[in-house]
Design a protein around this ligand. Structure first.
Ligand code: GYE
Length: 327
């Protein structure tokens, strides 16, 4: 009886384990082998962007017949490192991951290299002492996004005929690629324009709650002095908007609001006139990730850097015909 119960437990837990851990297997049951076993470590679920990105990767894995081992690190680098080690132990064909920050990956990436498993960077970059530990990066050009945000602000200053605008910046996760490059791209673009002054940059960690907290503090310190908010993602922007309205200011009118991502919720708020500009960052990277992973499995060479095409949405445009964003 006991043996039977134990066997039953093993069968059920095996089924549960494979369903939870492995998804997107395109091979028909019991017939062909999956084309590829891909381990993907997602960094967390902090934003609509991130959730859209995870969904897209799962969906495309299914479409391309790729077996996906997906792990979510819940915003902790140590969880990502542990996930990569599990992928290595499991002998996946290819590893893909979105590194939460740029530093601290040398050891685990060397282990992957020694195991002969190619690694694809998705969305964000790493900074390692040794080169050649990863094969390629598939993700947005964050510097260009910062430039687009800065260029919009210059046009807005012209339109408003202002000779001085005080800017507060709410940045994404410290030491992450989008945080670094969205900041540098923006600063490089506005620095020659003497009308534009960044009075403070604060770290909002890409989270809505932190965006609200940062904005509350900024409003306490600077009050009506704030002319512009440049926020590195939609979540933090949406958090900040609530605080701005609670403090009695009209976002989009009293304060120029610039955001990044372009998820549906933020686009709706832009259409209401409470956000002035959103620079697009697309999370739909799944197709390129699958195609690249399949090439790597076949020993083909791949492009080192793949940036998706991106645009911006603003109060300068008619957005009535804009397609649903899908994230
Ligand atoms: O902009 C933000 C997310 O790395 C591009 O991370 C990504 C950023 C995205 O949390 O919303």
């Amino acid at each position: 009886m006991r043996v039977k119960a134990l066997m039953m437990f093993m069968v059920i837990s095996c089924a549960f384990f494979s369903a939870a851990f492995l998804s997107g297997c395109g091979a028909k049951e019991g017939t062909e082998e999956p084309k590829l076993l891909l381990g993907f470590s997602q960094l967390g679920s902090e934003s609509a962007w991130r959730i859209g990105n995870t969904r897209d990767i799962e969906k495309k894995a299914g479409e391309y017949g790729v077996s996906l081992m997906l792990e979510n690190a819940n915003q902790k680098q140590e969880n990502q490192i542990a996930a990569l080690r599990r992928f290595i132990a499991y002998k996946v064909d290819v590893i893909a991951f979105s590194p939460i920050v740029e530093e601290g990956w040398d050891n685990v990436l060397k282990e992957a290299k020694e195991a002969g498993i190619p690694v694809i960077l998705v969305d964000r970059d790493v900074n390692t002492k040794e080169s050649g530990l990863t094969t390629c990066l598939i993700g947005a050009d964050f510097y260009k996004e910062g430039v687009m945000a800065g260029e919009y602000l210059i046009r807005k200053a012209d339109a408003l005929k202002k000779d001085h605008l005080k800017i507060v910046e709410i940045t994404g996760t410290e030491d992450s690629t989008p945080m670094r490059q969205r900041q540098t791209g923006f600063m490089d673009t506005i620095k020659a324009d003497s009308r534009l002054e960044v009075i403070q940059s604060v770290n909002g960690d890409f989270l809505k709650s932190r965006g609200a907290e940062c904005m509350r503090q900024l409003l306490e310190t600077y009050g009506s002095e704030i002319d512009v908010v440049y926020s590195h993602n939609d979540e933090m922007t949406l958090g900040a908007l609530t605080e701005i309205e609670q403090a009695g200011f009209k976002p989009g009118k009293d304060i120029v609001i610039i955001s990044v991502d372009g998820g549906q919720d933020a686009i709706n708020v832009l259409k209401e006139g409470k956000i002035n500009c959103i620079v697009e960052c697309t999370p739909m990277l799944g197709k390129t990730v699958m195609e690249t992973a399949l090439k790597l499995k076949n020993g083909e060479t791949v492009d080192k850097l793949i940036h998706p095409e991106e645009r911006y949405f603003s109060d300068e445009q008619d957005l009535t015909g804009l397609e649903p964003r899908g994230y």
